[in-house]
Write a protein that binds this ligand. Structure first.
Ligand code: LLP
Length: 427
């Protein structure tokens, strides 16, 4: 469910709108390409996820900042009540900048530096998700040096198959994440010995874009067992962090993934009665279909074997199609007249790479130079993965709320791009 729909626009044509904002009009003001996010969709997704756990006191939903770290998006979610899951000092600073209470922030990631640990301890975040023994020792040392306690959850790797794209599965033994199940108990033992560490939680995150509840069920069952073993061993475990990973619909011709309510039902069933505080780190589920990428057709190029629709957005603006073979629906911003012929086309950008495409062999209504298109469901892992590759300007981001819009990340100028670098004094 999202708030991008065709409505009669200023031109009296049927135009795709973000809430009440005419996207053709917005493209005229902002220029293309640009990302556009819907406040109503962000708020709705946060609410639906959080409300699925109503009646489970203390539940904390920490939006996973990596999915979309635009300050406008973060501020919207913070205002809705979200905590945040961060993986770097940069993300932590973003969360703090939009006034998320530090006690609603968790810090994940396999490679936290000592400086990052110190920064997070100083700010008083809720907990660290610890991923290895050397990290645990480093955190203890940093906490001792600061005279502060570090509350932690150890991330366990349950070795379950999340049945998702191999580049976004994290819960298999061969993935770099977490500690093997068998090593979890000894590591909690070490945590008990180490000064200034309080191990009160267990963390798990098995992958992203998971569209079947079975891997979650298997992982949660293992987690339950571990909590039992830990408690039997005298560890006071009072929270579990179940990570993120719930998939979202990317295409209409495939069955819809489970709803947050289905996921919550499973959580209640498997670990609802252990008297544990529950934490979650959803990313994609909150922002995924709250964002689109608007782009303009430059040329329609008829090759020997294929038709290429060359647009002004490219792989540097949206990496998912080429990196994960991801499918994103593409809609014309102005709805085609009934009877408009369709074409089968690759939709590609100006970047000099064969892998630069946003869609392959896609059936679309016939498009012409100057037409606007919208690439759907790119609110998660879209703009955050953008780069300046081919010295293209970083893509801007716009947040819409009702009939208002704000450019929350302006398009830089070419001067900005060049001034970010320095020539060495010998040149
Ligand atoms: N927690 C941890 C520890 C994570 O590593 C992740 C995602 C999340 C939470 C949020 O997961 P979500 O609810 O969004 O599935 N760039 C890839 C996805 C990478 C996911 C990385 N970790 C993509 O575009 O599909």
């Amino acid at each position: 469910m999202h708030h991008f729909a065709y409505r009669r626009g200023a031109s009296n044509q049927n135009v795709l709108h973000a809430e009440e904002v005419d996207l053709a009009d917005l493209a005229g003001r902002v220029g293309t390409p640009f990302y556009c996010y819907s406040t109503a969709t962000l708020e709705r997704h946060y609410r639906v996820f959080a409300e699925a756990f109503d009646g489970m006191p203390g539940t904390l939903v920490c939006y996973s900042v990596k999915a979309n770290s635009n300050l406008g998006v973060l501020a919207t979610l913070a205002r809705a009540g979200a905590g945040m899951d961060v993986v770097s000092e940069g993300e932590l600073r973003r969360a703090l900048a939009v006034k998320v209470a530090p006690e609603k922030i968790v810090f994940s990631g396999v490679g936290k530096t000592r400086d990052e640990m110190a920064f997070a301890l100083d700010r008083g975040i809720f907990a660290f998700n610890v991923e290895s023994e050397p990290e645990l020792r480093a955190l203890s040392e940093v906490a001792v040096a600061k005279g502060q306690m570090a509350l932690i959850a150890i991330r366990v790797n349950p070795d379950v198959d999340a049945k998702t794209h191999h580049k976004i599965a994290t819960g298999k033994a061969e993935n770099k994440f977490g500690v093997p199940f068998a090593e979890a108990l000894p590591l909690y033992g070490l945590a008990r010995e180490l000064p200034n560490i309080e191990a009160a939680g267990v963390h798990m995150h098995i992958g992203s874009q998971i569209t079947d509840l079975t891997p979650f069920r298997n992982a949660f069952a293992l987690l339950k067992e571990l909590v039992g073993d830990l408690r039997a061993g005298g560890f006071a475990i009072d929270f579990v962090n179940l990570g993120g990973g719930l998939g979202i619909p990317y295409r209409d011709d495939q069955p819809a993934p489970p709803l947050p309510s289905d996921y919550a039902k499973l959580v209640r069933e498997v670990i609802g009665n252990l008297g544990l505080r529950l934490l979650f780190e959803p990313g994609r589920m909150i922002t995924g279909n709250a964002g689109i990428l608007v782009s303009r057709v430059l040329y329609v190029k008829r090759g020997a074997a294929k038709t290429f629709t060359i647009i002004d957005a490219a792989m540097n603006d949206l990496l998912r199609p080429t990196l994960y073979e991801a499918h994103h629906e593409i809609l014309p911003v102005v709805a085609p007249e009934p009877g408009t012929p369709t074409i089968v086309t690759d939709v590609a950008g100006p970047v000099c790479e064969t892998g630069d495409y946003l869609a392959l062999g896609r059936t679309l209504p016939e498009l012409h130079s100057g037409d606007l298109i919208a690439v759907m469901t790119v609110g998660a892992y879209g703009a955050v993965l953008a780069s300046e590759y081919n010295s293209r300007l970083l893509v801007p981001e716009v947040l819409v709320a009702g009939n208002r819009h704000a450019v929350t990340r302006p398009r830089p100028s070419y001067n900005d791009m060049l001034e970010a670098e320095r020539l060495p004094d010998w040149l």
